[in-house]
Design a binder for this molecule. Structure first.
Ligand SMILES: NC(=O)c1ccc[n+]([C@@H]2O[C@H](COP(=O)([O-])OP(=O)(O)OC[C@H]3O[C@@H](n4cnc5c(N)ncnc54)[C@H](OP(=O)(O)O)[C@@H]3O)[C@@H](O)[C@H]2O)c1
Length: 280
């Protein structure tokens, strides 16, 4: 039997790279995309069929999908929307441009890519769309408003697509990791330095701690390796009836329950305390 084709975004590091490796070993034909040429070259050197795909560019999305469809005679079994970044900073310190950039990658580009792949899935009569969301698509932590909002938006679009694709054989699943070893914090630190005017913020004292955490090597409590996400992705790809949501890490399971059972004020107390401890 022909291997099933999977397109993954953001394979230069972290979860995306782990998914690309693990799914290839599992027997899938993996198209591992990255937004920088150097990463595409490194992925190719590692034996992947690699394409350049920058979620911030419609042309790049279009060209990547065309390339994959050409190599697969029009068949893409699964799309894994993994590529994203976190823009730290208090909501009142976010410029319009910074908020826009967060949504450009995590929401607009991701949905545009999905919409370009769905017609192939409809034509082949099957498909799996797996959106990598976050614990912060379930609850909000302070000083991460842009990222919270982007993952809530991704969850809403995923839930809506699930309804709209109900009578097709195309399944939409959301994977919700808590802390996972990757370059996420290092990349978030870069976004922080790029877009947040720390010196002129009322939160500047808090930001000193943010910089220490994002710049430092110490992992957050309950951090798991990216293979924990891979395990759930196997299920989303291979279950006859995949679940709408797959939680990864203890904090995700915990907050999914706390959000349901705690009154808002009590939940806010917990979230405010946690907000000062980590960055995800
Ligand atoms: N690590 C965690 O604790 C954690 C927790 C919850 C959810 N997540 C989610 O897991 C996913 C993977 O993140 P990660 O932890 O593996 O972090 P990561 O190591 O920073 O990887 C993020 C990937 O997204 C790519 N990316 C960023 N902007 C892009 C763009 N415009 N177009 C295409 N790709 C782009 C990055 O490429 P570059 O190298 O070019 O920047 C990188 O390959 C993300 O959706 C993230 O929100 C992570």
């Amino acid at each position: 039997m022909e291997p099933k084709n999977i397109l993954i975004t953001g394979c230069s590091s972290g979860i995306g790279q782990c998914l690309a490796r693990g799914l290839r070993v599992r027997g899938y034909r993996v198209f591992a995309s990255a937004r920088k040429e150097a990463d595409v070259a490194a992925l190719s050197a590692a034996g992947f069929e690699s394409v350049r795909l920058d979620l911030d560019s419609s042309e790049s999305i279009h060209a990547a999908v065309q390339t994959v469809l050409k190599h697969t005679q029009g068949r893409i079994y699964a799309l894994i929307n993994n590529g994203a970044f976190g823009q730290p900073g208090a909501v009142e310190d976010l410029s319009r441009a910074a908020l826009h950039a967060q949504f450009e990658t995590n929401v607009f580009g991701t949905q545009e890519l999905t919409n370009r792949v769905i017609p192939a899935m409809r034509a082949q009569g099957e498909g799996r769309i797996i959106n990598i969301s976050s614990l912060l698509g379930i609850v909000c932590l302070a000083y991460r408003g842009a990222y919270n909002a982007s993952k809530f938006a991704l969850e809403a679009l995923s839930d809506t697509m699930r309804l709209e694709l109900r009578n097709t054989n195309i399944h939409v699943s959301i994977v919700e990791p808590g802390p996972i070893e990757s370059r996420f914090r290092a990349n978030a630190y870069e976004a922080f330095k790029r877009n947040i005017d720390r010196e002129h913020s009322v939160f500047r004292e808090y930001y000193a701690g943010v910089e220490q955490r994002l710049g430092g090597p110490k992992p957050l409590p309950f951090t798991l390796p990216p293979e924990a996400v891979l395990k759930k992705v196997f299920r989303a790809l291979e279950a006859r009836r995949p679940k709408a949501r797959y939680a990864v890490t203890f904090p995700t399971h915990l907050f999914a329950v706390l959000r349901r059972v705690l009154p808002v004020r009590a939940l806010d107390r917990v979230l405010a305390a946690v907000s000062n401890k980590g960055q995800r």
